[in-house]
Each structure stands twice: as structure tokens, then as C-alpha cells.
Design a protein around this ligand. Structure first.
Ligand SMILES: Nc1nc2c(ncn2[C@@H]2O[C@H](COP(=O)(O)OP(=O)(O)OP(=O)(O)O)[C@@H](O)[C@H]2O)c(=O)[nH]1
Ligand SMILES: [Mg+2]
Length: 361
């Protein structure tokens, strides 16, 4: 799963990227305006994995992962607003979710492309671009679909063309009224039809207010009332600096600034939540591992996430919830208490389930 960092020039995307990934990609006070994308994969922090590790003392630990991509190089100025090239829009659209890094820090040495610091305006500016991009994808597609429909049932795609046409008209009307696709009620079938378009206003969105070292008093007044979205804050530069220190220095630094907890873990967590995924575990002395699956995946689908053989030869799953396992204190105790359940292929795996798949190939 991949989450793209987007935002106006100099908003602090690369800074936040470095904080989240403990990386050291160069940040600049001027905007390079060139398209360069950094991406890095990070572990999703999860206390449950830590507790399972204490219980099993495994040789190997594997956590859920998420990739962050820093998409720089947008241009914008007061006269023309923001301009995003087709190539950039394409890159943005390949992400599963987006983090819009919004500048809220004042710093006269770092020019804001629109001259003033105004987070709400910046949110609107980028949203408007994304909306236009979705609209133009639809407007490009409609004439082709309409030409197909004129030929009637001669074309084998007639029925699906009809469905797509009706859907696109609906999306178009919504977008023209400033409603994002993420706010629409859509069926699974409609989502499937839409998949190829990779619409930007459909993507889950975190608005990340980059507050500067001293915080931003109006941060909690910033609202983003859309589905599949969340507003969060970070002191970008400070957190990047801390992320690059070793543990001792970081602790000293944090005490000095009165920081009790880095936003890093919270933001990774919150952004991961947007992806609508769940995590299940396998645990033993060899490895404690977090696996990822779509929410509401069945036992046999989860078996396939581990290995295709387990899916093919699936017999049953032995399941214990994370909470029950921890409450029992050990696997042996959980088994003795009968907390392990036997489940069939259609069992809907719950977030935090610990699974043993029995299979035969
Ligand atoms: N004062 C202050 N400066 C910051 C903060 N976060 C980032 N900056 C500075 O703002 C400048 C731009 O930051 P970048 O992270 O390079 O911004 P960007 O969004 O990646 O910019 P482009 O890639 O050019 O679009 C750098 O000089 C950063 O050090 C912050 O919290 N406070
Ligand atoms: Mg950058």
C-alpha cells in the first residue's frame, strides 16, 4: 500500500517525509520545481506485535508495512494559482491514499508561493485541482462511450458501457457541484467500474497541518468534513530533526521542547487506518508476523495472503483473537481454556486475529 505526500511548494512535504521515514532527503527553502519522487517503505508501529514478541521470543519479527512517496515539484504562484502537470497527476493517482501537507508555519526566510500563510486556502486550492483532474478524465471518456452506445447491442460491451455511462454522468454532476467522489454512496460494482480511472477525489485523504516549532493555535479550527479523511498535525521540521537523532539525543531534545510523544507513530497509524485494511497475525518461535488483508476478508483469502498453497489446500483455520490470547497469557493456556476456535473457509477474519492455517496440498 502506498501513500503519496502532496502539497504546494515549500509546504514541507520532504520534511514530513523524512520525519515519517527517518530519511534524509534534501529539503530546500526554494522550490526546485522539478519532478522528483522519493519513496520509502516503513513499518507500521503496532503494540500488539510487541506483546506477541514478548510472548513468543521469535527469531524474526515482521510488521505491516506502508510506503510513503514524496511527490515534489508542483509549481504555483499568485497569478496562476497552482499548476500540476499531467505527469504529476499520473504519479499522484497511483497512490492508495494521499496526505496533503499544508503549510501553517510562518518563516520569512521561506517564501510561500501564494505569498501568505493560509492553510484553509491551500486546502481548497489543491482540492480544486484534483476535482478538475477527475472531471477532465470523465470528459475525455464520455464521447468514446457515447459513440459506443450509438452502435447499440452490436458491441459486446454494450451493457457495461451503459452502466459506465450512467455512473460517469452521476460523478460528473457531483464534481460540477463541488462534491468529491469520496463523499458519494457507491456500490461495489460501481467502484469496480471506476477503478481504472484512479480518481483523485476518491482517494482517502489526510490533511496534515505542518505547524512549525511553536505549534499553530488555530489548528483545531481546520475542518475537512469529508468521508475517508482525517485532519492531523505535525511540527514538521522539529520532528524531522528528532527522527534523525539517536535515541539518547532524541530523548534530551524532546524534554527540552516539552514533547512527550512524536507524531510520527500517530501519523503512520492514522494514515494506515485510511487504507481500510486490517491486520492479522501468525505467531510462533520462528516468526511473529503481521499480515495485511482487506477488511472483511475470509479465512481462505487470508490463507492466500500468506501463501497460495495455503489457499489451495485450505482445510480450516485455528483462530484466537489477540485479546483472548493476551488475556490467557500464553498459547498453551489459551488452548487449555478452549479459546482457540476452529473456523471454516468463509469465516470473516477480524482485525487482530491470530491464525494457524491447516492445509493439505
Ligand atoms: N520554520 C519551519 N520551516 C520548515 C518547517 N517544515 C519545513 N520547513 C522548511 O521549509 C522549507 C521547505 O521544506 P520542504 O520539506 O523542502 O518543502 P517541500 O514541500 O518538499 O517543497 P518542494 O519539494 O519544493 O515542493 C525547508 O527549508 C524546510 O526546512 C517547519 O515546521 N518550520
Ligand atoms: Mg520536496
Amino acid at each position: 500500500m502506498k501513500i503519496g505526500l502532496v502539497g504546494l511548494p515549500n509546504s514541507g512535504k520532504t520534511t514530513v517525509f523524512n520525519a515519517l521515514t527517518r530519511g534524509d532527503a534534501p529539503t530546500t527553502a526554494y522550490s526546485s520545481g522539478t519532478l522528483d519522487v522519493h519513496s520509502l517503505v516503513v513499518d507500521v508501529p503496532d503494540e500488539r506485535v510487541d506483546r506477541l514478541v514478548e510472548m513468543y521470543h521469535p527469531k524474526k519479527i515482521t510488521r505491516a508495512k506502508v510506503e510513503y512517496a514524496d511527490i515534489g515539484g508542483l509549481r504555483s504562484d499568485v497569478e496562476r494559482g497552482v499548476s500540476i502537470t499531467g505527469e504529476q497527476l499520473g504519479l499522484i493517482s497511483t497512490n492508495d491514499a494521499l496526505i496533503h501537507v499544508v503549510r501553517a508555519f510562518e518563516d520569512e526566510n521561506i517564501p510561500h508561493p501564494l505569498k501568505t500563510v493560509d492553510p484553509v486556502r491551500d486546502i481548497d486550492v489543491l482540492d480544486a485541482e484534483f476535482l478538475l483532474s477527475d472531471l477532465s478524465k470523465i470528459e475525455n471518456r464520455l464521447p468514446k462511450l457515447e459513440a459506443n452506445l450509438k452502435r447499440g447491442k452490436l458491441l459486446p460491451s454494450f451493457e457495461s458501457d451503459q452502466k459506465e455511462h450512467a455512473l460517469l454522468l452521476r460523478l460528473k454532476e457531483a464534481l460540477e457541484n463541488d462534491t468529491t467522489i469520496r463523499d458519494l454512496e457507491l456500490t461495489d460494482d460501481e467502484r469496480k467500474l471506476m477503478r481504472g480511472f484512479q480518481f483523485l477525489t476518491e482517494k482517502p485523504m489526510m490533511i496534515l497541518i505542518n505547524m512549525g516549532d511553536d505549534g499553530y493555535p488555530d489548528a483545531d479550527k481546520i475542518e475537512y468534513p469529508h468521508r475517508n479523511s482525517v485532519v492531523s498535525t505535525i511540527r514538521g521540521r522539529l520532528e524531522m530533526d528528532i527522527a534523525q537523532l539517536d535515541a539518547d539525543d532524541a530523548a534530551m531534545f524532546m524534554e527540552e521542547y516539552g514533547i512527550t510523544e512524536l507524531s510520527l507513530n500517530r501519523i503512520i497509524h492514522e494514515s494506515y487506518q485510511l487504507l481500510n485494511r486490517m491486520v492479522f497475525f501468525t505467531a510462533g518461535e520462528k516468526e511473529v508476523r503481521a499480515w495485511e488483508a482487506p477488511k472483511n476478508a475470509t479465512a481462505v483469502t487470508c490463507a492466500g495472503v500468506i501463501h497460495s498453497d495455503l489457499e489451495r489446500g485450505f482445510i480450516r483455520a485455528e483462530v484466537v483473537s489477540y485479546d483472548d490470547l493476551i488475556a490467557a497469557g500464553s498459547e498453551a493456556a489459551a488452548k487449555a481454556h478452549g479459546t482457540y476456535r476452529l473456523e471454516g473457509r468463509d469465516y470473516i477474519v477480524q482485525d487482530g486475529d491470530v491464525l494457524v492455517i491447516r492445509f493439505n496440498v
